[in-house]
Design a protein. Sequence first.
Length: 561
Amino acid sequence: MVSADPPGAALGNPFDVLVIGGGAAGLYSALCVPAHLQVALLTKETLSESASDWAQGGIAAAIAPDDHPALHITDTLKAGAGLCEPDAVALLVNQARDCIESLVEMGVAFDRQGGQPSGALAMTLEAAHSRHRVLHAADTTGRAVVSTLAAQVRQRPNIQIFNEAFALELWLDEAGTCQGAAVAYQGQICWVQARAVVLATGGGGQVYAQTTNPTASTGDGVAMAWRAGAQLRDLEFMQFHPTALTQPGAPCFLISEAVRGEGAHLVDAEGRRFAFDYHPDGELAPRDVVSRAIFDYLQRSAADPAVVWLDLRSIDPDRVRHRFPNIIRKCQKWAGIDVFEAPIPVAPAAHYWMGGIVTDLASQTTIPGLYAVGENASTGVHGANRLASNSLLECLVYGAQLRQLSLGSVVEITPLAVVELDRSAVTAAELAALRAAVAQLVWQTAGISRTAAGLKGAIATLQTYQHTFDRFPLTQTLTQLSPGQSYRVPDNLPAATLHHWGELQNLLKIAELMLNSALFRTESRGGHYRSDYPQTQAEWRVHTVVKGDRCWQSAPVDNPA
């Protein structure tokens, strides 16, 4: 068995493949890379610190006897509000069975009907699905998948894990081919060469003050790809999960979609199921509809404080204990709520970013040698609004495309002598304050409801935050790194501070990109709602494409939905 970070591990040596990210997308991608290739897997924190690990609901797959891939395709296209790419959706759905079988063979303990190990896989219903097709492992499916994949990765002799290794920039050669990345690791910043680089860094939910994402979800892959000149797409589409725990002093903990799928009711203070005022499917309408319903209801409410509730008491208690043990524990621990006796106070929070780095069906970006898998990629499967539980499936299906990875060659660079970075101190408090200001600004102006005036004002304010960041001496030092040169980090610059600086750099960039994309799209569709342009417009059945400082419309999307 190969352990992470062995003594003398040389991250500065060339690899065949560099995978950046340790969630489901990065782990499965690393496992699917042909076994004769040498892989470096970088995790910014540790293998368990990812949004995948937090995923509760499950994985969608049309494998039940009463289901069919064509139904799953139809549901996905409908949820995507006209912007899904049909070929990408077909690939996702049609390869689902193979990926699920692969996970079962690895040992993922999905729930079984009747609770028997030999029983058929249990399926639940989630919003906007026409069939019970969501596989689950209680309410910690992501953790079950990630822990199993991590164990598999640790057993692969061709995969070397580097924990607490933060990729700062991509490395392109003179022809524009990606050949590695600059990585902060164990007191040095080194340029790591590879014949292919896979970005699997997850989403960017931390750009919002209210988010279900872990603190590591800072849009690193998208920001790095933008700086390298890759095409990005649909960055205005952020999915807001309707039901996150909202309690003073408690984390913004996600209350899974599956809770409503099992029969929980969304109610006001009088116990009325108000969601039916907004959509005939009530609590099981698409996520963007339910989130806007809650947002609108709270805006209209005369109560102080305004609050809505998720009531699980309509579900059989034994069913709740079996399906949602983690939610029971967290609500009791963080909010003192016994879900069998009282409803849970909930509100929407930023959850999943539909936009990202443009990729083809082979997970290849527009930069040769650079691939992207998972939430940081824009494969075309989610369109303007992701269908529940398609995200973990996307990690698997598009990670599996790396089995056919095509590698280029790189010219190996002779390592130069290690030089010490200038002593450029910045305090953790300065970084934290600026990060909090960015997140609050984006939440207030590019949250569930947006306007041109709000977006323009936010863009102007963000420029002042960027100027503040640019004036940090550390910024001036770290943005002048020379490719191929290794640097020793001075003792007065803790690794945590360096990581926080890098995350803030990326958050500032993705905030700018999201705000500009949201301003550019003058309609409402899926996860993007403009109160000044509340209708969906046929002429906007196009992707928003970004490269560098340019933003433009794609050709019309050929989508039957």
